[in-house]
Design a protein around this ligand. Structure first.
Ligand code: 6OG
Length: 157
């Protein structure tokens, strides 16, 4: 089966012991808490898409960011591979505001609502929270079961 790749972004906003998550009101991942992001559009760099999506979904304007991970998602019997570029937002301006897509809320890092998040988050968030850089791969069957995964630390992304 020929595969196609879709490039997506995911912005993580952390302030000390708290992390900002958005409750997805519609679209892919509806009903789940997640970081802020979406598809990279034609003519746009991954960085530009990360900044645009963060502002559209949370109202925050990224001023400095650091790429921390590349996540690859494959779904059984689906030729589309999602390649998600994850950025830690090191500096930003503005205050979180609700958008059409997301309701932002701060959570203590030791009380992340994993039961209402993608299953993969339980696997890679601890690495992110430790400050590691990594690449990870997940094979899903449907949206609620991970058949296979791997995660490996990297020096640079
Ligand atoms: P739109 O399609 O709404 O962007 N995303 C995932 N995030 C996590 N944590 N796990 C997954 O497992 C994900 N699949 C996609 C990428 C979708 C947003 O959701 C992220 C984007 O930030 C399957 O434009």
């Amino acid at each position: 089966m020929a595969t196609t790749r879709k490039l997506l972004t995911l912005a993580m906003v952390r302030q000390g012991e708290n992390i900002l998550l958005g409750f997805k009101k519609k679209g892919f991942g509806q009903g789940k808490w997640n970081g802020f992001g979406g598809k990279v559009e034609m003519g746009e760099t991954i960085c530009q898409a990360t900044i645009r999506e963060l502002e559209e979904e949370s109202g925050l304007i990224a001023k400095a960011m650091d790429k921390v991970a590349i996540l690859e998602f494959e779904f059984l019997n689906d030729p589309v591979i999602l390649e998600v570029h994850v950025y830690d937002i090191v500096k930003y301006e503005g205050e979180p505001i609700e958008s059409d897509e997301m309701v932002p809320q701060w959570f203590p890092v030791n009380d992340i609502p994993y039961e209402k998040m993608w299953l993969d988050d339980l696997i890679w968030y601890p690495e992110y929270l430790k400050g590691s850089k990594f690449k990870a791969y997940f094979l899903y069957e449907g949206f609620d079961k991970i058949l296979k995964h791997s995660i490996s630390p990297v020096q640079e992304l």
